[in-house]
Design a protein around this ligand. Structure first.
Ligand SMILES: [Zn+2]
Length: 465
């Protein structure tokens, strides 16, 4: 048996996000401008003032530099290869963050200096986001885009809806919990819809399986079947089963999971399970998260949730209340700018089963896999259609010498070049040459032309306009 070093509880939690304050704005010459738009002299920006003023008056696309999160579950190769960085110590590179999140903001280049995207949003929000989005999202850059590369399963989790986030955040504030208190579930009052787009074969758990599948699975598992009535499993029965399993005392979890996992390991010796089998992931997760005397209750979810295999280009949208876990693979992820994650196992981070259960929607059914939809009249740009108001994710693919013209009707955009070599030219403003692994920021409503010197693939996160 593989002994688990994570049995020693460690925390990868990043410092808490500060609740963002935004300036009140007033109408000046029919333009909404934050009252404190001009930085006080004491709070100089880290870039040349004259160059910033010039950009502020006539904005243009900027080069962007993301930050890397080295969480232990990260793969050691995909992100370093993308960034063209050596990784001689085989450190995990879990996520490349492109956004304005204060925990790890991306940095935009203005002139010869760099400015964090959250500071840039604070200093020039209406220019960057457009006045409508600036107002709609309380002066905060509304999404975070990531390259995520998982070599190991991530926690079973779900995110609250806006109402649950508002009341949860208020409740914990009222209880006097500091923002960095380890007992805290709600770091802010926002919901966190998210979308993942696979860049390679990507495996995940997501949503409860269809009732008939669950019925067959649960009745066939000796270690679970006594928890459900003999007759066909109903939706209420399924909810009751999941709630029971998640709330079992630890010794009961062990009593069920120890023989179950032993049985699966013997079966695995006869016929090796593959990535299309839940048993394969249960054994991997057991190696990673259980100790001999402490089986991780998240393992139950591996059998009850849909196992999803995304092929490159396919995506998955996760609305509030949908349980999920990423198991393995590299993808582009985009999410609303929130840190509210409720976990139910397969993690050394804080697990709060009761709070997780309170936000789950318990919908059963086959998971929806999203395909990219081509923009009308464009042979080069395609996007995922989701209900999220904070973000949209699209992919631009250009053959060598091909161009993509963007008019001035788009929201603020963040992009990353995944392949190729291209140029972004905005009307007289700037001319950015970008290669694989490099990122950029395009302010709201700036017309530009993207031309490929070499066949290129670019992912662009944008504020829906
Ligand atoms: Zn999530």
């Amino acid at each position: 048996m593989v002994l688990n070093r994570r049995c020693v509880v460690e925390s990868f939690q990043t410092p808490p996000a500060r609740k963002k304050r935004y300036t009140r704005f007033r109408i000046v010459n029919a333009r909404i401008t934050p009252a404190s738009r001009r930085m006080p002299k004491s709070e100089q920006l880290p870039v040349d003032a004259a160059t910033f003023e010039e950009w502020d008056r006539a904005p243009y696309p900027l080069r962007l530099r993301g930050g890397v999160q080295h969480y232990a579950w990260g793969s050691t190769d995909a992100i370093p290869e993308l960034l063209g960085q050596a990784n001689p110590k085989h450190e995990p590179f879990a996520e490349l963050w492109l956004g304005a999140h204060p925990d790890l903001p991306a940095h935009a280049t203005i002139g010869s200096g760099e400015i964090a995207l959250n500071r840039l949003t604070g200093a020039a929000g209406p220019v960057l986001l457009g006045e409508t989005a600036f107002e709609q999202f309380d002066g905060v850059f509304p999404f975070l885009m990531k390259i995520l590369s998982a070599a190991k399963p991530l926690s079973i989790q779900a995110h609250p809806n806006t109402e649950q986030a508002e009341s949860g955040f208020a409740r914990e504030n009222h209880a006097g919990l500091e923002l960095d208190d380890p007992q805290r579930n709600y770091k802010d009052d926002k919901h966190k819809p998210e979308l993942i787009s696979a860049l390679e074969d990507f495996y995940a758990l997501r949503g409860f399986r269809p009732l008939d599948e669950l019925d067959r699975t649960v009745h066939a598992m000796l270690e679970l079947s006594d928890l459900v009535p003999d007759e066909t499993l109903t939706h209420d029965g399924m909810v009751e089963l999941y709630v029971d399993l998640m709330q079992l005392p630890q010794r009961e979890v062990n009593r069920r999971l120890i023989p179950l996992m032993q049985r699966l390991r013997i079966a695995n010796g006869d016929r090796e399970f593959g990535k299309a089998d839940p048993e394969y992931w249960a054994i991997r997760a057991d190696d990673e998260f259980s100790c001999d005397d402490h089986k991780d209750r998240g393992l139950f979810s591996v059998f009850l949730l849909n196992l999803v295999h995304l092929r490159p280009g396919q995506g998955m949208y996760l609305p509030a209340g949908e349980p999920h876990s990423y198991l393995e693979g590299t993808g582009v992820e985009i999410m609303a700018n929130s840190n509210n994650v409720l976990r139910g196992g397969l993690t050394p981070k804080r697990v709060d089963v009761e709070e997780l259960l309170s936000v789950l929607t318990f919908e059963c059914g086959k998971p929806t896999v999203l395909e990219l939809k081509r923009d009308r009249g464009s042979g080069t740009r395609a996007r995922y259609v989701t209900p999220a108001s904070e973000f949209e994710l699209s992919r631009v693919q250009l053959n060598s010498g091909e161009r993509q013209i963007a008019d001035g009707t788009h929201g603020a955009e963040l992009g990353i070049v995944l392949d190729g070599d291209l140029n972004i030219d905005s009307r007289g403003g700037s001319n950015l040459d970008l290669k694989r692994g490099q990122s950029f920021l395009i302010p709201y409503g700036i017309p530009y032309v993207m031309s490929a010197r070499e066949a290129a693939t670019v992912f662009i996160g944008s504020v829906p306009s």
